[in-house]
Design a protein around this ligand. Structure first.
Ligand SMILES: Nc1ncnc2c1ncn2[C@@H]1O[C@H](COP(=O)(O)OP(=O)(O)O)[C@@H](O)[C@H]1O
Ligand SMILES: [Mg+2]
Length: 346
């Protein structure tokens, strides 16, 4: 155990079904692939990683980390105690233990799970964000009649959880039903957003102090079955058997004119900085029917599996997978070097 110089910290994905959900849970294999790939790349880059799974917070977790005393942790934890809202606490724990780690700190991770708060932040910062409002469980829809169509999403989820074929609503009755679905199944506020009927881009960014865009990816919605909304729903993201999966192909790098590319890069970098992202992240944005761009969300610590969007963008920018993983590790090591003396909790 003592010979490891870094720890790959992860949580095995939850396989608990969400009762009443049309979306299945996050595929358990996905996170595992990411862990193995990161471990192998770190080895290839000359590190000796120790892979540590964390499901629940415990005294043992602190003791093990203290005993291992790694030079850095590669943080792949997306949840602890079964809750993604505690993702930020793992980063906070590492901060308290003065163990350098990859990826964003607690503040950015917390913001990443609050789409509405980020929207407010963006509005105050002059970053174009999709307009929307929140509806809390138990509150009547009443006064707020939106301009249809709108999209309804749970405000604190990611990975397209809670987003399905009924999420885009054209009528009051559809909206009422879908808001009820989010409230009763996801037990949280529903975010009602103007539906942006244009192109969709995912922008992968790398960097700590001076972030850079790796590449811009565009979702190709062509071939989407008649009547299906052109969105990346849960099934489109995860269910390889579904027609929606086949009709939401990412194209990276996107084929876009220079002016549009510059605009996308500028908005993405401002969003990354505004949320306080660190090391790596992905900004999702969409255009309206007239081509105006709006940010949908910022993903600090996005999926970094070799077949996920971030790694694809890194490839398009000329990085091998190992190179990008060791570059991210390097950011953590550099931050560690700035901490004069390392003090552990035990
Ligand atoms: N305002 C919107 N207009 C059009 N499509 C949207 C809008 N918001 C979300 N979507 C669609 O839903 C998908 C998931 O939404 P997003 O906000 O990125 O949440 P997640 O965290 O689940 O990825 C997007 O990739 C996009 O296809
Ligand atoms: Mg998204």
């Amino acid at each position: 155990m003592g010979r490891s110089d870094c720890v790959v910290l992860y949580n095995a994905a939850s396989i608990v079904e969400i009762e009443g959900s049309e979306e299945r849970t996050y595929p358990s294999t996905v996170l595992r692939e990411e862990v193995i790939a990161v471990e192998e790349s770190l080895r290839e880059a000359g590190f000796s990683p120790y892979v540590l799974s964390v499901e629940h917070f415990s005294r043992e977790l602190i003791q093990t980390l203290a005993k291992l005393a790694p030079r850095f942790v590669f943080n792949l934890c997306e949840a602890i105690n079964g809750k993604c809202e505690f993702e930020m606490c793992v980063a906070g724990l590492l901060d308290l233990m003065k163990i350098p780690y990859t990826g964003s700190g607690p503040m950015a991770l917390g913001l990443g799970l609050d789409k509405f708060r980020v929207k407010k932040l963006f509005q105050a910062s002059g970053i174009p964000a999709a307009r929307g409002y929140l509806l809390a469980p138990g509150k009547k829809l009443s006064a707020r009649r939106p301009r249809f169509p709108v999209i309804v999403k749970p405000v604190h989820e990611d990975a397209s959880l809670g987003i399905n074929s009924n999420s885009v609503c054209h009528t009051w009755a559809q909206l009422e039903k879908q808001v009820g679905y989010v409230h009763s199944v996801y037990l949280q506020e529903a975010l009602v957003e103007e539906y942006l009927d244009g192109r969709e881009f995912n922008v992968s960014i790398i960097g700590d102090g001076d972030p850079e865009v790796l590449a811009i990816s565009e979702i190709d919605f062509s071939g989407m079955p008649e009547g299906e909304p052109r969105i990346v729903s849960y099934r489109a993201k995860w269910d390889e058997e579904s027609p929606m999966y086949r009709c939401t192909t990412p194209m990276c790098p996107a084929d876009i004119p220079r002016r549009l590319e510059n605009r996308i890069r500028d908005i993405a970098l401002r969003s990354y900085r505004c949320v306080g992202c660190r090391d790596y992240g992905r900004v999702d944005m969409r255009a309206d029917a007239r081509g105006a761009l709006y940010v949908l969300e910022v993903n600090p610590n996005p999926d970094i599996a070799p077949n996920a969007g971030f790694a694809r963008a890194a490839g398009a920018a000329g990085y091998t997978y190992t190179k990008i993983i060791s570059k991210i590790a390097q950011f953590a090591l550099e931050r560690g070097a700035k901490v004069a003396s390392t003090v552990y909790a035990l």
